[in-house]
Design a protein around this ligand. Sequence first.
Ligand SMILES: [Zn+2]
Length: 183
Amino acid sequence: MDRQVKGAAHAHLEGSQLEHGVGPLRQRLAMANLRCQVCGGPAHRTLGGVLWLLGDDPDDPEVWTRGWHTVHPPVCLPCATLSVRVCPHLRKRSVALRVKTGTMAGVLGVRYGPGPDGPELLGPIEHSFREPGIAWTVARQLIARLDEFTVIDLDAEIEAAARDEIAVQEALAQARAFANAPG
Ligand SMILES: [Zn+2]
């Protein structure tokens, strides 16, 4: 039964699933604390917002109508860079977002209901925090609703970050040279 439930939940999310799955506990911690879903470090953040990398097709209207709900926590820049290079799914189709505001909208879990011999497993469910009866749902993953965001060019941001890094290294090298200069 458990395998069936997992299969159903996975099938439901497949469209937006990163190839490497994140365990439920790690998913919830990363989502709640805005940590990178891959390495667990702080998610990349600029004035534009927190970096999210999703395996969705931005041209698919379905993605926009559901307000961009996701079970995928954000990412850091190195992990985003690596993911779009090594993950076959993301290589084919992905969208990078800078998220300014978002809300924890609900949970993805399994639902129980009253049965003759106690609680009975009803199946996988997405449960909004606004709906009643959440006590009957065993949460597996947190669902975030991304409210205010901009679609970004990830490659351009990676290049800019690399340029900044080189500039910082050059400045440090100059500072060191200056400090070590005689007299
Ligand atoms: Zn990371």
